[in-house]
Design a protein around this ligand. Structure first.
Ligand code: FMN
Length: 366
């Protein structure tokens, strides 16, 4: 039975075997930005499920762009090998590998969440964050320094260099993180961007950095490999970034060779009420897809096969990302295929637990 979930999806030279992907999820478990055993085991287990694509967590393009001192990074060549090991394993499971390139801006230099949300001061191994404007996110966050023109140029170059390293590590997809109140979103939103130069003010100016970063990354990211951008489609408040602006941005990104918009929402400021519920962000993915004419990914409180199927079959998004459900249930997809009688390949080591006709998993070569 074809449920929509198990249909392939082609973007440039990449063909995904199904429409479910693991959303990027920070593990706060790197050392000096380098992937550890945890990353291999965590991402590897989810790849065993046969999910088409895994997006590796927010990976910092500069050290000061890390949310916490233990974030992954691709700001130096020494960080390539650890991620290449992860990519190689994902490929052996037939799963495409994406990496989310990120800069946390004013939300940087925070402790790991399980230690409480605290600013890590420079004397404790942290740093002063940078931002479009010198306004802190909240009282327990660092006071940011506003980026000057050279600082902005450095951000763009750092995304470019990180993308080259992502290619060297074998990644199939780069996703630029322009959501959740991190640096590129801080430039997009009037709530956080108070600049008076060409990077602040009207929509065109606020979009400039996200567009320049995307264009610069596209110019070095191989032609055959897709480029995603994650956006927060709304700030959920008066005076903030809007869904109309998201459609505008998506049109511009499409015209410069971005292949898919990963549509999330929120994160720009404290104390904004969001009515979250199952699939609450899907209408934004649908609108961007329809009005900007670009493939989208839907994400956010999507946990059941029925929800995923409805999104795909009703043409609301091309891909569905799930985050927390994959933490609770890494083999979600493999179990679903078994329940539905869909023939899906299994890792050869697990075949004795698989349906009798299950084929052996074949890896992908890059
Ligand atoms: C542990 C954890 C870490 C996350 N880290 C990231 C991240 O690195 N980048 C990002 O864009 N979103 C991150 N998110 C948000 C998820 O990608 C996703 O958008 C969100 O959890 C909603 O999806 P869900 O309801 O399926 O969990 C994280 C979420 C969780 C639970």
């Amino acid at each position: 039975m074809n449920t929509g979930i198990f249909t392939s999806f082609q973007l440039r030279g990449l063909e995904l075997p199904n429409r479910v992907a693991v959303a990027p999820m920070c593990q706060y478990s790197a050392e000096d930005g380098m992937a550890q055993d945890w990353h291999l085991v965590h991402l590897g287990a989810r790849a065993q499920s046969g999910v088409g694509l895994i997006l590796v967590e927010a990976t910092a393009v500069v050290p000061e762009g890390r949310i916490s001192p233990t974030d992954l990074g691709l700001w130096k060549d020494a960080q390539i090998d650890g991620l290449a090991r992860v990519v190689k394993f994902l490929h052996s499971m037939g799963t495409a590998a994406g990496v989310q390139l990120a800069h946390a801006g004013r939300k940087a230099s925070m402790s790991q969440p399980w230690r409480g949300e605290q600013y890590v001061k420079p004397e404790d191994g942290g740093w002063q964050p940078v931002a479009p404007s010198a306004v802190a996110y909240a009282e327990n966050f660092g006071e940011p320094r506003a980026l000057d023109a050279a600082g902005i140029r450095n951000v763009i170059e750092s995304f470019v260099n990180a993308a080259k390293r992502a290619d060297a590590a074998g990644f199939d997809v780069v996703e630029i993180h322009a959501a959740h109140g991190y640096l590129l979103h801080q430039f997009l939103s009037p709530l956080t961007n108070k600049r008076t130069d060409e990077y602040g003010g009207g929509l065109e100016n606020r979009m400039r950095l996200a567009i320049e970063v995307s264009a610069a990354v596209r110019s070095v990211w191989p032609e055959r490999k897709p480029l995603f951008v994650r956006i927060s489609a709304t700030d959920w408040c008066e005076g903030g970034w809007t869904a109309d602006e998201s459609v505008e941005l998506a049109k511009r990104l499409k015209s410069m060779g971005v292949d898919l918009i990963d549509v999330s929402t929120g994160g720009i400021a404290r104390g904004i009420a969001i009515k979250a519920g199952p699939g609450f962000q899907v209408p934004f993915a649908e609108r961007v897809r329809r009005e900007a004419g670009i493939p989208t990914a839907a994400v956010g409180l999507i946990t059941t096969a029925e929800e995923v199927e409805a999104i795909l079959n009703e043409g609301k998004a091309d891909l569905v990302l799930m985050a927390r459900e994959f933490l609770r249930n890494p083999y979600w997809l493999l179990n679903l295929a078994r329940e539905r009688g869909v023939k899906m390949s299994w890792p050869k080591q697990y075949l004795r637990a698989a349906p009798a006709d299950a084929p052996m998993r074949a890896g992908i070569t890059n």
